[in-house]
Design a protein around this ligand. Structure first.
Ligand code: HDE
Length: 704
């Protein structure tokens, strides 16, 4: 897909600095004659205090770091636009959702627990934040790639984060939940059971940021022009499908290329392969607020799509990489409290707590209250108010008036209501309540949806969850913590608990641990409370398995495994078949540099079996040619293949190259394509469309 870079952010363009053909200056614009030597008393003497040029440079350098985000520190971001495609005026007056409206966006994806320099492929939730620069101010949809959360009340958030982050005494482990403090916390918080199923599933190790769903998580409210509210859940659906890597693969990618996701997003946009997501909403009439077996205000619950299907209301396209990581990605400030007319909050206690935290942390992280004036955060429709001064003020407010009401400026900036215009109005809601610190018992069903998630997975996906839990819990040193978690798993699904228990050499306790119950009873004195009958037992949307006849290979990278003397026509035929479907071919050989094909033509090789890893590719093709006998003796080639086979990827061999499969550990299956037995190009593409043949894992785990 090649698209015109349409909607861009003029605030970014206006502030770009281009140094080409410019003289080097100090921060005050004074031209610098010598940028190599400090000012000294004699060329071997001490430095002088009057060296304003050196001080100017070092003063800035010494302050070049700002605090990283306390969570979601590592992120990758891009600009783009959102186009509204459906009429939702019945539900919301938000102007950017009016059918046909195009709104610039800035989107940041992140991992949660790791530091700014940690690996992209950590097992973790991914942040999915979108800033819409609408004509009525900025709207931030600050979501995740998982539709539920660990906790129900914001009061527990710092504890959750302290538990998952590296332990405070030795700052280990980095970007990993596989340690005692995280699982200790989880074992005492049964409300996290549903989220744990998602985080232990392959959702937590995406193939690409371009292949993840996004969710607003909380229930929000749409408000229409008559002030009528409708509850709404937001979903982003990637056009490329939702896909993940294998855990063994994720660990290896972290070693080979810890920027794997960042690079993938950057390169796709540079190449014009602009990632796209549809925005879907689930709409819940206000009168149905209490209709379901779960509470729609509880952020540990989904609304199954079988109950309320998605309505697609627009599409987001990311089509421009940032010019500068710090100015755009690092200084961007997302805040779920930033809503525009037509969108409001629900009373989800987690969401309510978030409304304070983001602006507060941004005030600190970005050095004061004027972070809204940074180009990346500035609303495109301009801002007009009497909030003046403070660190780093950029705007220059004209005139003597900075108060309201005033007569000297004709009451300006004026309130929307004074001139009959639309401003943000909070949705009117009747509240009759006592002031309490309590949790509603409608939040007390901690396991039914965890069971729904597990039961909705394919058998292979279930195995991955079992393996992930076994991996994580095996890193936990304290046996009691493992046992408490096993007891929780037993409430979700007996077989699941038993299999994880077997891997850990433990029998899962039948009942929740006394300590777990003690903590749960702080919120629900009668815990456990019998759950209501579930409306849905299995939900297709929760599985990532590609359905028959679906799937795309667009933007997938196929490694062509070649060497001197490979057949040019065999390579070209496969390459053009793949390119027709939007995939690309990367040549890999024994050596980097020039390679000669059988017809005497040459190509430049950038990656060799030694310097590149199979985990960076989606599928493999070995063409025919004289290179076959050399490859048969090349252990790095054999390792490449075996690893790809272990990770359940599609592998194809042209005629004459098929014997190489035997040298490796490879046996014929639905995603191993032999030209003599299959339709080489079409069957290879069909296997790739399925993403992975996960069924291969069970009978034949490869020693790779
Ligand atoms: Fe966040 N979260 N969070 N969070 N969150 C932050 O804000 C917080 C929660 C999410 O790309 C922080 O500017 C509290 C849920 C994303 O810049 C901080 C609670 C969801 C990002 C903060 C939550 C998220 C953040 C850290 C519980 C999914 C990255 C830096 C009440 C719906 C935004 C910052 C970006 C970042 C607080 C729970 C998503 C500390 C108190 C649930 C995607 O303010």
């Amino acid at each position: 897909m090649k698209k015109q870079k349409s909607s861009q952010n003029p605030n970014i363009d206006k502030n770009l600095i281009d140094n080409s053909n410019k003289i080097l200056t100090t921060n005050d614009g004074v031209p610098i004659h010598d940028n190599n030597n400090t000012l000294k008393a004699g060329n071997r003497g001490p430095s002088l205090q009057q060296d304003h040029i050196y001080f100017d440079k070092l003063m800035h350098f010494d302050r070049e770091r700002i605090p990283e985000r306390v969570v979601h520190a590592r992120g990758s971001a891009a600009h783009g636009f959102f186009e509204a495609t459906a009429d939702v005026s019945e539900y919301t007056s938000a102007k950017f959702l009016k059918k046909g409206t195009v709104t610039p966006v800035f989107t940041r994806f992140s991992t949660v627990a790791g530091f700014k320099g940690s690996t992209d492929l950590a097992r973790d939730v991914r942040g999915f934040s979108v800033k819409f620069y609408t004509e009525e101010g900025n709207y931030d949809l600050v979501g995740n790639n998982i539709p539920v959360f660990f906790i129900q009340d914001a009061m527990n958030f710092p504890d959750l984060v302290h538990a998952v982050k590296p332990e405070p005494n030795n700052e280990m482990p980095q970007a990993a939940s596989a340690h005692d403090t995280f699982w200790d916390f989880i074992s005492l918080m049964p409300e996290s059971a549903h989220m744990i199923m998602w985080v232990m599933s392959d959702r937590a190790i995406p193939r690409s940021l371009r292949m993840m769903e996004g969710f607003g998580v909380h229930t929000f409210k749409f408000v229409n022009k008559d002030g009528k509210g409708t509850f709404v859940k937001f979903h982003w659906r990637p056009k490329l499908g939702t896909h993940s890597v294998a855990w063994n693969e994720a660990q290896k990618i972290s070693g080979f290329n810890s920027d794997f996701h960042r690079q993938d997003l950057w390169e796709a946009i540079e190449e014009g392969n602009y990632p796209q997501w549809d925005l879907g909403v689930q709409l819940i009439p206000e009168e149905d607020e209490l209709k379901y077996s779960f509470d729609i205000l509880d952020p540990t619950k989904i609304i199954p799509e079988e109950l309320i299907p998605l309505k697609i209301i627009g599409t987001m396209t990311l089509n421009r990489n940032p010019e500068n990581f710090f100015a755009e990605n690092e200084q961007s400030a997302f805040d779920p409290g930033r809503v525009v007319p037509g969108i409001d909050f629900s009373n989800d206690p987690l969401l309510q707590g978030r409304i304070f935290s983001y602006m507060d942390t941004q005030n600190y992280r970005l050095g004061g209250p004027n972070f809204h004036e940074l180009p990346i955060n500035r609303p495109l429709n301009g801002k007009h108010n009497n909030q003046k001064d403070g660190f780093g003020k950029v705007d220059i407010l004209k005139g003597a008036v900075s108060y309201f009401p005033n007569s000297k400026m004709d009451g300006c900036p004026y309130q929307a209501m004074l001139r009959g215009e639309q401003g943000f109005e909070s949705h009117k809601e009747k509240i009759k309540a006592e002031k309490v610190r309590e949790r509603s018992d409608s939040f007390a069903d901690h396991f039914s949806q965890a069971t729904l998630f597990f039961n909705s997975q394919s058998p292979e996906e279930q195995d991955h969850i079992i393996n992930a839990l076994s991996f994580e819990l095996s890193k936990v040193k304290e046996a009691k913590i493992r046992e408490r978690v096993l007891a929780i798993l037993n409430q979700i699904e007996g077989k699941l608990a038993k299999k994880v228990g077997d891997n850990l050499g433990l029998t899962p306790p039948k009942e929740l641990d006394e300590l777990t119950l003690k903590f749960a009873r702080q919120n629900h004195p009668n815990y456990p409370i019998k759950p209501k009958k579930q409306e849905v037992k299995k939900s297709e949307a929760l599985s990532m398995k590609v359905k028959d006849g679906e799937g795309t290979i667009e933007t997938r990278k196929v490694a062509f495994l070649i060497d001197e003397g490979a057949s040019k026509s065999s390579v070209d035929k496969m390459k053009s078949a793949l390119e027709k479907e939007g995939a690309s071919a990367v040549m890999i050989a024994s050596k980097v540099g020039k390679l000669t094909f059988d017809d005497g033509s040459t190509t430049e090789i950038q990656h060799s079996y030694l310097t590149e890893a199979s985990v960076c590719y989606d599928a493999f093709f070995t063409p025919e040619g004289k290179h076959v006998k050399d490859l048969a003796k090349n252990p790095d080639y054999i390792h490449f293949l075996n690893e790809g086979y272990r990770h359940c990827k599609a592998i194809s061999f042209a005629k004459g190259a098929e014997e190489l499969a035997k040298k490796a550990f490879i046996e014929k299956d639905a995603a191993v394509i032999f030209e003599s037995k299959d339709d080489l190009h079409n069957d290879f593409i069909a296997a790739m469309k399925k993403h992975r043949l996960w069924e291969r894992e069970k009978p034949r785990k490869v020693p790779a």
